[in-house]
Design a protein around this ligand. Sequence first.
Ligand SMILES: NC(=O)c1ccc[n+]([C@@H]2O[C@H](COP(=O)([O-])OP(=O)(O)OC[C@H]3O[C@@H](n4cnc5c(N)ncnc54)[C@H](OP(=O)(O)O)[C@@H]3O)[C@@H](O)[C@H]2O)c1
Length: 215
Amino acid sequence: MRIGILGAGGMAGALGTQWAGAGHEIMISGRDAAATAVRAARMAGGVRAGSWAEAAAFGEVVVVAVREAGLVDVLTACGGALRGKPLVDVTNAADPSAYDPARSPALLIGGLSGGHVVKAFNLCHVDVWRMTPPVFGGRPLAVPLCGDDPAALAAARTLVSDLGCTPLDGGGLARVTQLEATAAFMIGLWFGGADAQAVLPPLHRSGAHGVRPGA
Ligand SMILES: NC(=O)c1ccc[n+]([C@@H]2O[C@H](COP(=O)([O-])OP(=O)(O)OC[C@H]3O[C@@H](n4cnc5c(N)ncnc54)[C@H](OP(=O)(O)O)[C@@H]3O)[C@@H](O)[C@H]2O)c1
């Protein structure tokens, strides 16, 4: 599929390279046309470079991978091109310790663009998205998705699978602030040097919520 990426930084480069390798057509975008073209040329797979509006128009799916500080300007520059489109939002709060659900990036993106937002890929560091594939202890990484629109969720599931990861139903947009807050909390643990993976038990030790006892 054609994937427009709003952003030309680390996340755009990591994810765009993987998806180009999986056969998708990619256009990244940034504030400076020359610098964005250089970054696109460094990515394998014939990745294109464009303006914010060009990437928004190019994508059948558009991935939002810009810093929180730039969201309003970038989405404004896209005009009406994102209305009704699947939007995959990878953003996190600029300062995780100050995450405020009243200023959710995903809800801001949906409100400003009129697109169908699916939150994804925000829980792991960019280096994880460069892994081919991201597998830890023999287990493929699971990627929770929060969104309401079936077509947008289907597109996001494809993009997760194309990285060699497992898509996980994280619930509707009503839960998106929980996913954003989880990222903020986990980033705080990692920055403090903790192994965040160690804080949760395996499924069979997580209570009997639909799980066979002893399974
Ligand atoms: N890095 C990670 O480990 C990671 C992991 C998960 C999620 N995220 C989230 O993904 C998003 C992108 O992260 P990244 O690591 O790709 O960042 P990055 O390498 O710093 O790239 C940021 C992108 O945002 C654009 N941008 C637009 N307006 C901006 C402004 N006012 N200030 C700064 N940048 C602006 C930049 O444009 P130019 O190209 O013109 O500079 C650039 O393309 C962020 O929301 C981040 O929280 C990051």
